[in-house]
Design a protein around this ligand. Structure first.
Ligand SMILES: Cc1cc2nc3c(=O)[nH]c(=O)nc-3n(C[C@H](O)[C@H](O)[C@H](O)COP(=O)(O)OP(=O)(O)OC[C@H]3O[C@@H](n4cnc5c(N)ncnc54)[C@H](O)[C@@H]3O)c2cc1C
Length: 338
């Protein structure tokens, strides 16, 4: 019989992030009893958000020392929560804060950690997990005998638990931090301006720009400045995440005019990223296999291309608009800004 701990941390506003609710959703779908362990400056508000989730208890490590991510204090907090709960299996969202410490904690506890888990299943009380390998080409299902087993779940891969808030009763878990765990001090956070940050993993929509935006159009001219305006306006109006084809980001390296806000980090595909947005809209992109493979986890796919025979038309998109993306996006932006 496994003892399950759902391990969560608060965000900077004291609340839980989306991936925390997804981890609760995963625990509930397994059908095991579970406890929740929380780390943060003050975790009552976060515990109240999931008070009705069916968790058997809420363990808390809180205080100023646990307000911001720091390896020493986070690792000590997680270690204390795992020990206090007697957990044999720990389910945690794959946030940057947890990804940094959980493998180290597994080592301290003599257990094992698996990251980038995208599926969980329980059969006769035994847990197995699945994850992708070799750039999302092969999916493996695995289980382990070592305990504690720390299972780090990829954000966006699970259905989030939804329910009313309530009043959770916290059980405080004391952590005596040695001097060595308090040396690092977060003095502030610098982030790019909202407009400069075009990769938004939590966005509902992925907007992909292809090389067509920089190609000669019907009038025999290129229209890169107009493309920039159309794409930027759409992103500002929708807060969609921006993806790109390889051809478009590569053009910059070849000295051609490209969209100024694109980098290789935006590239989707076999040699790029494989994001998990509920919807995707591809524009001026051919939808070739090395690109479309990066859409594996996008649930609803639409594309705008002039080419009625492009890859999207060959079963890779749910809807293909054979149209001029400059005209379509201008109209879409006009409607959105109303
Ligand atoms: C080993 C390997 C790995 C690769 N990895 C990746 C990867 O990770 N990601 C990736 O993206 N690619 C990858 N590629 C490249 C991939 O095969 C394609 O070359 C690339 O995706 C093509 O980009 P594109 O569709 O934007 O450009 P193009 O093929 O140039 O297509 C542009 C499209 O825009 C359309 N268009 C032009 N003007 C308009 C308009 N006004 N309105 C609407 N449509 C318009 C055209 O009809 C055309 O279909 C890889 C290739 C190899 C060999």
């Amino acid at each position: 019989m496994e003892t399950i701990l759902v391990l969560l941390h608060t965000e900077s506003d004291g609340a839980l992030g989306k991936s925390a609710f997804e981890t609760i959703g995963a625990a509930k779908a397994l059908g095991f009893d579970f406890a929740v362990g929380l780390v943060g400056a003050s975790v009552q508000e976060a515990a109240n958000q999931v008070a009705a989730s069916g968790a058997a208890k809420f363990l808390a490590v809180e205080g100023a020392d646990f307000a911001t991510p720091r390896y020493g204090s986070d690792a000590a907090a997680v270690e204390a929560l795992v020990k206090a709960s007697g957990a044999t299996i720990v389910l945690a969202p794959g946030t940057s804060r947890w990804n940094r410490v959980l493998s180290g904690v597994a080592q301290r506890l003599g257990g094992r950690a698996d990251t980038h888990v995208t599926g969980l299943a329980a059969e006769n009380g035994a847990l197995s997990v699945s994850r992708w390998y070799y750039r999302q080409r092969m999916e493996a299902q695995l289980s382990r005998t070592q305990r504690p087993w720390i299972v780090v779940i990829d954000p966006g891969s699970q259905a989030a638990w939804q329910g009313e808030g309530g009043a959770a009763t916290l059980e405080a878990v004391a952590v005596a931090l040695p001097e060595s765990a308090q040396r690092t001090c977060v003095t502030g956070i610098r982030t790019p301006a909202a407009d400069a940050q075009t990769i938004r993993p939590d966005a509902d929509l992925l907007f992909v720009a292809g090389a067509g935006w920089t190609k000669k159009q019907a009038d025999g001219e290129t229209h890169v400045p107009e493309a920039e305006v159309a794409i930027r306006s759409f992103l500002n109006l929708t807060r969609a995440s921006l993806g790109s084809s390889k051809s478009l980001v590569d053009l910059g390296g070849e000295g051609q005019a490209v969209l100024s806000f694109l980098t290789h980090l935006n590239q989707i595909g076999q040699t790029g990223s494989t994001p998990r947005h509920p919807k995707g809209l591809s524009t001026c992109c051919h939808g070739e296999e090395p690109h479309a493979v990066g859409w594996r986890f996008i649930k609803e796919r639409r594309a705008i291309s002039l080419d009625a025979n492009c890859g999207w038309a060959r079963g890779k998109a749910d809807v293909l608009y054979v149209a001029d993306a400059f005209a379509v996006m201008a109209k879409v932006n006009e409607l959105l800004s109303k």
